[in-house]
Every structure is written in C-alpha cells, then in structure tokens.
Ligand binder design. Structure first.
Ligand code: NAI
Length: 344
C-alpha cells in the first residue's frame, strides 16, 4: 500500500522507513503540511499520514474522498485538527492513542524545573563565565500543591512524578479515574477549587469545546498570586492574551508552554532569520519567566518508534483485516467508545 506522508521532518523517517519495510507499507514523504492547497499531492495514494498541525477540514476530506483516498492515519494522539464529524462515512480516521505518556510527562517536569530553578538563565550566565547567583532564587517543589487538569495517561504519569517530589495533587477530570483519589495526597476537586488552591497548574486534557480557553481571564483571576502554568497539551486550552496580561500583572509567576494556539504557523520551522509576525508569541518569549518549546514534549526515541509502529500496524490492520482498534468514529461519539471501525 502507498501512503502520502505530510509535514515530514528528518526525525520521522528512520522509524517509519524501518516499520514500513517490515510491514510492506510504502511512504512518500512530503515536507509540506496537508491543507486545501496541498491535498492534490495525495492523488494516487491509498491513504494519507498527517500530524498535529496539518489541516484536515471538510474541504480536505471531500477532496480526499473524491480522489479515492480511504484512510487518514494520524501519527499522534490528539485529533482536534481533524473534522471527525465530517469524516464520518467519508474517510476512515486512525490515530495513535498512546505512544509514550512518559515522554510528555517528563518534558512537563523538565520545563517546570528549568523555570523555577532558573536553569535557562544559569546556563547562559555560566557559558559567559558569569558565576553570580543574583536573581536565580527558586523555590522547593516539596510540599507544594500541583493542580492537574486531565488525569488520563499523561496526567497520571505526571502525578506520579510530582508525588516523587513530595507534592500534593489536586486533580480535575470530566471523567475521574477510579482509585486515583487517595483521600489525602491526591484529591479530585472542582475546577474552581483547583484554580484557587494550586501553586502550579498543569494541563493534560484534550482540546474540546469544553476545554477551549479553560485558562482565561476569569480562571486566572481565581488563581493564587504567582501561580505557575504548564501547558504541554494543546495551545488553545490557554487564552494567550489573558496569560500575557496575567504575567504583566505578576499574577502568573511563570509559564511553560510546549504548545501555542497559533502554533501551526510557526512551530517545527526554523524562523530564526525572520521577523516573528505574532506579537503575542514574541512578547511571551521575551518574558524572563516564560519558557516556550515548540511542541517537543513527544520527541523521544521511544515515542518516535512507538508512533511509527502503531501507525504502520493501524494501516496494515485496516487494509488487510478491514478494521483497526485505533479508528476514531463520530457515531460512537468518542475514540474510546468506538466499535472498532465497524460503524461504516
Ligand atoms: P487521555 O485521553 O489518556 O487523557 C485525557 C484526559 O482528559 C481523560 O482522562 C479525559 O477524561 C480528560 N478530559 C476530557 N475532557 C475533559 C474536560 N472537559 N475537562 C477535564 N478533563 C477532561 O490523553 P493523554 O494521552 O493523557 O493526552 C492528553 C493530551 O496531551 C492530548 O489530548 C494531547 O492534546 C496532549 N499531547 C501533547 C503532546 C505533546 O507533544 N505536547 C503529545 C501527546 C499528547
């Protein structure tokens, strides 16, 4: 089978070549993102493989269907960039529900420690033989309260890591996990209570209508003075303008962002020779207490291998057995409840 692979980066190819060879899947790598302008490149392919910043809207889906492309293999967990409702009965959408929750949770903690122990500042100082400590005072994580929004795979690994530091956990989830609340160090609370009592807030929920701008002017107003915000989930969970205002007013003590609402225009590209067009992003990056990484949390060797293997086996399962356990299905309402690709 021949698959058109969009938004290819050099680090994608080794693992996809390896598993493609092993399972007889041929990938044609395109550097461009998938969108209405580039969808024609999929002509003659059995399926397309896309990532977080490709645009799979109704127009793209209709054109893929017209060209006889039957399957979209997302090589990621999130699918907010796919119009899953429109895809129903037009295009089978497969995804990789989990590839390494550890990669994302560990990156979240790496950003938190970097930020609050001022490692990003110390690194630059000592490279310049500046060994002064002024302005580098941090705070202990031990005994602090972390609010975790979304207690799925990544949220739960992050909770384990935080518990290793002796932190108290307040959790919020629309569908709380059974057995996680121990009545003591890990408690499920309301969203408002989480905002009011957390020293650090970390987002690990998907981007949905419910969670769009879950961090906004009103929620930040409820937060503790100096709250630290971590977002390694999806950019649009945070109203970036409200965050900027919160940082300027000192309400927000620090922010660590691996994702940004408008990231598809910038992230994954080398724009070092250009003038950044997004004033909000530029202002955020200019802040001494903001750390931005460009959707890097997933990027470990283990995760890349798992992504490639699951994507390839998803495709093989779909084309050879006619079903895939990782198919998203609008009729079933959610990926987790899907009747395993048998709805159409
Ligand atoms: P998951 O599906 O295992 O967990 C998500 C949790 O969020 C579930 O427990 C669910 O009940 C909860 N949830 C759903 N709606 C909610 C709401 N309205 N309020 C609060 N909680 C809600 O997903 P997983 O694997 O833990 O991933 C979480 C998110 O991390 C993904 O949706 C994706 O956006 C992001 N992600 C980011 C990556 C990166 O490289 N930065 C890589 C992989 C995922």
């Amino acid at each position: 089978m021949k698959i058109a692979f969009f938004d290819t980066k050099p680090y994608d190819r080794p693992s996809f070549d390896k598993f493609g060879r092993e399972y007889g899947v041929e990938f044609k790598y395109f550097e461009t993102k998938l969108n209405e302008d580039t969808v024609e490149l999929a002509q003659g392919y059995d399926g397309v493989c896309a990532f977080v910043n490709d645009t799979v809207n109704a127009a793209v889906i209709d054109r893929l269907q017209e060209m006889g492309v039957r399957v979209l293999a997302m090589r990621c967990a999130g699918y907010n960039n796919v119009d899953v409702k429109h895809a129903f009965k037009r295009l089978h959408v497969l995804r990789v529900p989990a590839y390494s929750p550890y990669a994302v949770a560990e990156h979240t903690m790496a950003m938190l420690l970097t930020s609050i122990r001022r490692i990003h500042k110390a690194y630059i100082r000592t490279r310049d033989f500046n060994f002064s400590l002024s302005g580098l005072t941090g705070f202990d994580l031990y005994g602090k309260t972390v609010g975790v929004i979304g207690t799925g795979r990544i949220g739960r690994v992050f909770i384990d890591i935080c518990r290793g530091f002796g932190m108290k956990v307040l959790a919020y989830d629309k569908f709380p996990a059974e057995g996680l609340d121990n009545g003591d160090t890990i408690r499920y609370v309301t969203l408002d209570e989480l905002f009011e009592r957390s020293d650090i807030i970390s987002l690990h929920c998907p981007l949905t209508e419910d969670t769009y701008h879950i961090i906004n002017e009103a929620s930040l107003a409820r937060c503790k003075q100096g709250v630290v915000l971590l977002n390694t989930s999806r950019g649009a969970l945070v109203d970036a303008e409200a965050l900027l205002t919160g940082i300027k007013s000192r309400k927000v003590g620090a922010a660590c962002l691996d994702v940004y609402e408008e990231e598809s225009d910038f992230f994954f590209e080398d724009l070092s020779g250009h003038i950044l067009e997004d004033d909000t992003l530029a202002r955020l990056i200019s802040m001494p207490n903001v750390i931005v990484t460009s959707h890097q949390a997933f990027l470990t060797e283990e995760a890349l291998e798992n992504i490639a293997e699951t994507t390839v086996t998803n495709l093989v399962g779909f084309f050879e057995k006619g079903e895939c356990p990782n198919e998203l299905c609008y009729r079933c309402g959610a990926a987790e409840d899907c009747k395993r690709g048998k709805c159409f």
